[in-house]
Design a protein around this ligand. Structure first.
Ligand code: ADP
Length: 160
């Protein structure tokens, strides 16, 4: 029984993340998506908002849990007995950082392995950062995120 954790910032969740979640959920017995509460970044959405957005977009995918955590992913993985860390790979640019993280996590949490899912081609260009940039200038983000998430992003920028 392999239990997997998909950690990330998800600020905000995009169709690229949802694609990884769907595919990972069919590969493992259980999948938890975990929002990292990273003090070093200044996110657009609070951790609670990101957890709620993920719960909403994952509601039709059976057996997905959404949580949040602070601190090292390796500690979280070890303390909760996860076997697998899921990460998505879009392009060579992701590779170097992801490889380093995977190797570091393997040293810190030897009981777990990182499994990479390569992005579906239609989402290869997609990142939360790009979505925020396009939305900031009032562009159309309907191809990047579900409608209700797009509304929340525009609401955030309207308030700023
Ligand atoms: P990070 O965890 O580095 O802050 P994100 O929250 O944006 O970044 O992403 C979490 C994980 O999902 C990372 O492994 C990232 O490479 C992956 N990911 C992000 N966007 C996509 C996409 N469009 N297709 C596949 N994987 C993606």
């Amino acid at each position: 029984m392999a239990v997997a954790l998909y950690p990330g910032s998800f600020d905000p969740v995009t169709y690229g993340h949802i694609d990884v979640i769907r595919r990972a959920s069919s590969l493992f017995d259980s999948l938890t998506v975990a929002v990292l509460n990273n003090g070093a970044k200044s996110p657009l959405f609070s951790v609670d908002e990101r957890v709620n957005m993920l719960r909403d977009v994952c509601r039709d995918i059976p057996g997905i849990k959404v949580e949040s955590f602070s601190g090292l992913t390796a500690d979280y993985v070890q303390n909760h007995g996860y076997d697998v860390i899921i990460r998505g790979l879009r392009a060579v640019t992701d590779f170097e950082y992801e490889l380093q993280m995977a190797q570091t996590n393997r040293k810190l949490a030897p009981g777990a392995d990182t499994v990479f899912l390569t992005t579906s081609l239609e989402y290869a260009y997609l990142s939360s950062t790009t979505v925020k940039e396009v939305a900031y200038y009032g562009g159309d983000i309907s191809q990047f995120v579900p409608e209700n998430i797009a509304a929340l992003i525009f609401e955030k920028f309207d308030k700023k």
